[in-house]
Write a protein that binds this ligand. Sequence first.
Ligand SMILES: Cc1cc2nc3c(=O)[nH]c(=O)nc-3n(C[C@H](O)[C@H](O)[C@H](O)COP(=O)(O)O)c2cc1C
Ligand SMILES: CCCCCCC(=O)C(=O)O
Length: 401
Amino acid sequence: MAGEPVNVNEFQELARQALPKMYYDYYTGGAEDQHTLKENVESFRRIIIRPRILVDVSKIDMSTTILGHKTSAPIMIAPTAMHKLAHHEGEVATARGAAACDVIMGLSYMSTCTVEEVASSCNAVRFFQIYVYKRRDITALMVHRAEKNGFGAIILTADTPRLGRREADIKNKVDVDSRISFNNCDARIHAITPKIKFLEYQTLRSCFSQVMQTEMFMLTDRSTNKTLQDKGSNIEALAAGTFDASLCWKDIEWLKSITKLPILIKGILTSEDAIKAIEAGVAGIIVSNHGARQLDYAPATISVLEEVVHAVQGKVPVFYDGGVRRGTDIFKALALGAKAVLIGRAVIYGLAAKGELGVKQVIQMLKDEFELTMALSGCCSVDDITRSHVKTEKERFICRM
Ligand SMILES: Cc1cc2nc3c(=O)[nH]c(=O)nc-3n(C[C@H](O)[C@H](O)[C@H](O)COP(=O)(O)O)c2cc1C
Ligand SMILES: CCCCCCC(=O)C(=O)O
């Protein structure tokens, strides 16, 4: 590629050049046939924008308010794991990029910088994403650390009782550089099982590979010495050992009992679950298929956004993620009822290509594209973006009949 990157796809190419194949594949990949992965992006292309002309667009205001936090644009950074695999400064660089653009940073439970490091690195508004461990006390500790360090909300990821099957990670035998550790969750070593308590904690905590060995140890049936789970990737095995697959709706009550922070639930794809989420008392919903990394042949996220928005009836804000690569995508999601969008891979591409500067450039690029889309569509503020500004494929099909 000649010159500076001019769009997210070009940042993706820079990330590909910068990263070892194993990590690039981990970041870009989706589950199984990657059908949903393609659809997450393609479905946006099938939605067209209905622009209005001769509107005074000399001043465009992209700002909005998310759970009471004023932000420069309806954009948040999606929680994604292990940023130190993309850049040595990890989530600290990402958070600084978010702060520079005045957007909210979502920090993953599986981050490689701690909540304390991220909190002290910049003044970005931060939300903390959690997976719920079998060992609830560890998750509670993480929630309290986030609360103590000024995080503004908890994002409960609810679509991951087990990790999706990402075949590239299996083939690549994905593993992590021994200098990197899950610093945020070093307590997670305890989470695997009380059975491993006799193993030396300090030797276990240092890196992912060692966690893997521990995990494999734990998954071995001592009587036969046969590994109980050896078909998935290392990451899948680790998730199987730590994540609580029994998590269900009643557990939101538990989460509410341990924190005063507002709770966003991430991973809603149906009206049925949206209604349950509201009954459970969440402060907001994130319509997400986890970047198509969980259930393949789940719907493209943008195709179900409206179903969820209708079910929610304005009771709580609805956020969106999946496949956002352009400012026009952000505009379309807002027109279909999202309050804001979360950006996953695009931010990682920026981070891998240029660290903090790359994160900043990717977000700024998306903001610039979004602002231009607003101007060319005749919208001066985010409230001016309405359902009538887009036409879905289904509507176009009905029009033709
Ligand atoms: C490499 C990678 C790691 C992710 N890690 C997490 C995570 O730790 N927690 C989580 O809730 N979601 C995680 N996600 C899902 C994102 O939060 C988000 O739903 C998704 O990336 C949005 O799609 P996009 O990448 O097309 O923007 C991850 C996604 C990717 C690509
Ligand atoms: C036990 C490590 C699991 C990391 C999972 C991160 C994630 O959600 C992803 O999609 O990858």
